[in-house]
Design a protein around this ligand. Sequence first.
Ligand SMILES: *Cc1c(COP(=O)(O)O)cnc(C)c1O
Length: 447
Amino acid sequence: MTEDHAALAAALDAADPLARFRDAFVDSDEVTAYLDGNSLGRPTRASADRLARFATERWGARLIRGWDEEWYDLPLTLGDRIGAVTLGAAPGQTFVGDSTTVILYKLVRAALSAPQVAGRDEIVLDAGNFPTDRYVLEGVAREHGATLRWITPEHDAGVTPEQVAGVLSDRTALVLLSHVAYRSGYVSDAAAITALAHDAGALVLWDLCHSVGALPVELDAWGVDLAAGCTYKYLNGGPGAPAFGYVRADLQDALTQPIQGWMGSAAPFEMGPAYAPHDGVRRFLSGTPAIVGMLAMQDMLDLIDDAGIAAVRAKSVALTEHATALVDDLLLPLGARYASPRDPARRGSHVTVDHYAFEATLPLLWERGVIPDFRRPDGLRLGLSPLSTSFDEVRVGVEAVRDALREVLDGRAVAVARVSGTAGSATGPDRDAAGLGGDATGPDGVA
Ligand SMILES: *Cc1c(COP(=O)(O)O)cnc(C)c1O
């Protein structure tokens, strides 16, 4: 059985047209299967070099002149590059800066300021969305006296056009959803939902955190109003790399964003007495951009551009199909449940499997250099970043999950983990006290 899986994985790797890209990433002897590139992508080798050279050559030698030469424009030139390579967005609509959370806040507030939704007071969202999206909307709704209209998606799916149609009305100002659901991996029909929202007179804001860099996105063709997403997941920008925001060109000058700082003002270096917004997408910037955080994603964008996003998606589908077959063979017999869409067309680049014992299993895996993550209440998430993940890595990972899960179910693992201090080493000191039962995956903010 194991030989069959190993032979199949080897054959898939041998036939993989994107196999050569794996060498472009920094490897680590400590890790035998990295299945969390959807939370934090691996660094590219080019980025390791770029980061080191930046300190001496750009920052070290150009010093303050770097702002005039390159950095002042970088949030917009890099935005255009993200737009062209991954978002289907023409230039002048995408910017980089702040975290996804802060950009969501700015764009939600901007949407509510739009003349075309004046007098409307409802925001559509879903209970399955990532916490920060829901928390930001709860806060904005309180500030504005707006009403939240909740959709509850199926556990192993996500928001459908029918569900959205059921809550839209002439009171809807904004619909905010994730294109790919962070837990199940469900891919919502963004084009259809955008069209429904527009027919109802509302604006849409798509969260693209689990889409960008893993599957084709066509913001301009879909007629999307607003979007935001992370760059440290499938764009491999590194921990805390700044997010991007998208605002459709013809909407920009009618919108007002709430954090009116000098970097988005009409004339930043005039140091004038009062704020006036810059023309175009620059008005969505606030303060000094995080240039160091914008370095690594440039190398990943080069790799995605080289491979082509359609080929990246094809490999992503092949990887999740492979993972699904392994889960069916190795984990379902141990009582696990598949918690992602079975249809690859509706599935992003990760697969989630539920089992009550996964929370106790995760520390063993991390200790052994096998790194998926855990999402409450009982989900093990296998994230498969297409350019850096091999088919054999998935095989090694799922076999390790089976082995560790068996140990936990047999009651053997508890003693092993306590003695070796696994729970502490895998989870950080603040979770030590929680032991095996703790939230072993770090903050949900790294989803
Ligand atoms: C990862 C993720 C975030 C993270 O937001 P940060 O501001 O970078 O912490 C937000 N939304 C979704 C849907 C995510 O998957």
